[in-house]
Design a protein around this ligand. Structure first.
Ligand SMILES: *Cc1c(COP(=O)(O)O)cnc(C)c1O
Length: 399
């Protein structure tokens, strides 16, 4: 390892990996908690936390211990057979969400696909929508993943252009605009797919009351409210689910990212038995979905969230982060949007990529979103001192 330089490793990736990302020039070799170390031994504070997949930090001891124990027993059987982690995982996840049933998948995009298929099947078989006429409503600025169907209702040209023809059956309305949603609801709408807070769009918090109106309109029109909590859920906003901020209960939660504890991809749709009950054997599935290793880790994530400790840290440290971000000079920072330990910082002029590079030089890793915005999503295990160190660096680069 020592005789290969970081520059050589980056060059190798640049030649042999498709260029579907534009990574910062750091090559990580080790990580623990909120910190990562590069191949030259330089440490950085990780304020991206793998887009919230690392809510519990890198290599949390409880999660690593469970994963290691499971590696010694059984890792994969496929859903053709049962295994001893599966029933408990589904039951415990359903209980955490106060729901009844779980459909386990791997990536977030797969779980969104699952939610779309569920809503359509439910629409035809339960709601009585005429065949192939089901409509799902999504919001402008959304990010729900990268499959061909999901990018069919993206409004981001990078995600969408050159990937047509697109899957029909979706309508878009402006995010946060409940009146616009009301205007496009009709009998054929089987689902409204919403991020309680839009993460990739730059941590966009909708106007107060928006999620409640979405809930009411779904109830009124007999459509399923599908909450994509893949990034906003599991403690990130100071509550287990971001929907809780408006006391809203959707018909379906879509979960992913932190559900896998930063170790393996684990995603799921969580809903009621009359909704997920539409699936019969052979109608949907995944070779790795609900595998023993995933379920064992997922169960530990659920147990950790049950302590309330991570939600509390997120709320408390988030309030502190919000105070410090709000005090940044208005000359340099146009807008700050914060909910729990999750913030979008929109600069007046500074380019987000340039800000990310300068922060990297100062020992803090973040990721730009659109143009002049960076997103801060520290692991929920971060100490206040480390968080203050990161915020000091942010202050320094905009000065
Ligand atoms: C990341 C993300 C997804 C997609 O998850 P993948 O695991 O990358 O497929 C979907 N929705 C939201 C809100 C996300 O943040």
């Amino acid at each position: 390892m020592n005789d290969v330089t970081a520059a050589q490793l980056r060059a190798q990736a640049a030649v042999h990996s498709a260029h579907n990302y534009h990574p910062l020039p750091v090559v990580i070799a080790h990580a623990e908690g909120a910190w990562v170390t590069d191949t030259d031994g330089r440490r950085y504070l990780d304020l991206l936390a793998a887009y919230s997949a690392l809510n519990f930090g890198h290599r949390h001891p409880r999660l690593i211990a469970v994963a290691q124990r499971q590696l010694e027993r059984v890792t994969l059987v496929s859903r053709a057979f049962e295994h001893d982690q599966f029933g408990p995982f589904c039951a415990e996840l359903a209980a955490m969400a106060d729901m009844e049933m779980v459909l386990a998948m791997n990536s977030g995009a797969e779980a969104i696909e699952t939610a779309i298929k569920t809503a359509r099947k439910w629409g035809y078989e339960v709601k009585g929508v005429p065949a192939n006429e089901a409509v799902i409503i999504a919001f402008e600025g959304n990010f729900h993943g990268r499959t061909t169907t999901i990018i069919s209702f993206s409004t981001d040209p990078d995600s969408k252009d050159s990937f047509g023809p697109y899957t029909p059956g979706f309508r878009l309305v402006p995010y946060g605009d409940a009146d616009a949603l009301a205007a496009v609801m009709d009998e054929r709408v089987v689902g409204v797919l919403v991020e309680p807070i839009q993460g990739e769009a730059g941590v966009i918090v909708p106007p107060a009351g928006f999620l409640r109106r979405v809930r009411e309109l779904c109830t009124q029109w007999g459509a399923l409210m599908i909450a994509d909590e893949i990034q906003s859920g599991l403690g990130r906003t100071g509550t287990t689910f971001a929907c809780e901020h408006e006391s809203v209960v959707p018909d379906m939660y879509v979960l992913g990212k932190a559900l896998g504890g930063g170790i393996v991809p684990v995603s799921a749709v969580v809903s009621s038995a009359d909704i997920l009950g539409v699936f019969k054997p052979g109608q949907h599935g995944s070779t790795f979905g609900g595998n023993p290793l995933a379920c064992a880790i997922g169960r530990e994530v659920i147990a950790m969230l049950a302590t309330g400790e991570f939600q509390e840290r997120s709320a408390k440290l988030g309030a502190h982060m919000n105070d410090r971000l709000a005090a940044l000079p208005a000359r340099a920072v146009r807008d700050v949007r914060c909910r729990g330990l999750w913030a979008g910082v929109e600069f007046a002029e500074l380019n987000g990529r340039e800000a990310s590079e300068r922060l990297m030089e100062a020992g803090v890793l973040v990721k730009d979103t659109h143009g002049t915005t960076i997103r801060l999503a520290p692991p929920l295990v971060i100490s206040q001192d480390d968080l203050d160190f990161a915020l000091d660096q942010l202050e320094a680069i905009i000065r």
